[in-house]
Design a protein around this ligand. Structure first.
Ligand SMILES: Nc1ncnc2c1ncn2[C@@H]1O[C@H](COP(=O)(O)OP(=O)(O)OP(=O)(O)O)[C@@H](O)[C@H]1O
Ligand SMILES: [Mg+2]
Length: 312
């Protein structure tokens, strides 16, 4: 359904997303994981051309057979919110505080169908909410965003994203602003959306737990590049790239074991060294890693890694 090929994105002269390729198939939940600042949000926003400062200079974003990078502004507006919906990190902030949740649901529909009647919109909203096991619809419809908890607002934002029955949801850190119980509810809700509506999802997170619990496929990103892709099971249980292994070792555990930090810092985006961007922080790096950008190595039908050595 979504096929991103060799995507390159710049902010001015800064080359942030580098040769990113990623596929989301029908009904699949795919995530991009990686540490802060590696370009996850930039990649995600590029799918809908949401950042005016960003320029897509190369590659293609094929959605249902059409290249989004070739669409004009009004064609992209038609895709936004209807065929592809976006869910942001902090729902309360992304909602208009002067409007009730009921009007928010109606506006989502009216953005694409100006003649939609309020009663029809609310009926549809109620059906969606019931399917997603969100009760107390009447109270919720008359509430303002600030009258609801952060977790509830995030779940409402996801339900609202379903009003135009999108084929794909893009979600940027949908659980990061929430406490762990609210995170679990949002994860459960996203799973229900995927199961009940067969909606595909591309999710950005720096939380490996979210990736493990929710997603079918994971792409590990570092310094604007994909380092490893695979089924989430491959990535969590059989990681190949030293960066993926380091990311997993950095996850805090309940048993009191101190997580291992990854020494050093990611490269500056303007630092255009020839080799692997992770080489200076990699425990396995050899001379070649500073000189040669790793090519894609296929490990199995579902698993690929970009490393000069770790696939041997
Ligand atoms: N609108 C912008 N203009 C210029 N530079 C930007 C803009 N947005 C992001 N950047 C820069 O691009 C790089 C990647 O940022 P991005 O937000 O995509 O990272 P991220 O992986 O989503 O990080 P986080 O996990 O902290 O959200 C960073 O160096 C950031 O400072
Ligand atoms: Mg981000």
């Amino acid at each position: 359904m979504l096929d991103i090929k060799n995507l390159n994105v710049y902010y001015g002269k800064t080359h942030v997303v580098r040769d990113l390729s990623l596929k989301v198939n029908d009904g699949e939940i795919v995530c991009i994981v990686g540490e802060s600042g590696c370009g996850k949000s930039t990649a995600l926003k590029s799918v809908l051309m949401l950042d005016k400062n960003a320029s897509v200079t190369g590659g293609s974003i094929i959605f249902n057979g059409k290249d989004i990078t070739k669409l004009n502004a009004s064609q992209i507006r038609k895709v936004r919110g209807s065929k592809i919906a976006m869910v942001f990190q902090n729902a309360v902030l992304s909602m208009d505080p002067t409007k009730t949740i009921g009007s928010l649901f109606c506006e989502t529909v009216r953005a694409h169908n100006k003649k939609a009647q309020k009663a029809d919109c609310l009926k549809k909203a109620e059906d969606i909410m019931k399917k997603l096991r969100l009760w107390e619809t009447e109270r919720i419809f008359t509430s303002y965003p600030f009258e609801l908890s952060g977790g509830m607002c995030q779940r409402i934002a996801i339900a609202a994203a379903m009003m135009n029955t999108p084929q794909l949801i893009l979600a940027d850190e949908p659980t990061s602003a929430l406490d762990v119980t609210a995170q679990a509810q949002v994860i459960r809700l996203l799973k229900q959306v995927n199961k009940n509506f067969n909606t595909s999802m591309l999710i950005v997170t720096h939380n490996m737990g979210v990736a493990a619990n929710l997603t079918d496929k994971t792409a590990v990103m570092y310094a604007g590049r994909i380092m490893e892709t695979g089924s989430t099971d491959d990535i969590i249980n059989n990681p190949s790239h030293p960066y993926t292994k380091a990311l997993i070792n950095a996850v805090p555990e309940m048993n009191g074991k101190i997580p291992e930090a990854i020494e050093g810092l990611p490269p500056e985006f303007n630092d255009d060294t020839a080799g692997c961007p992770f080489a200076p922080r990699c425990s396995m790096s050899k001379d070649l890693c500073y000189k040669k950008l790793p090519q894609k190595h296929i490990l199995s039908e579902s698993h690929a890694v970009y490393c000069n050595y770790c696939y041997i």
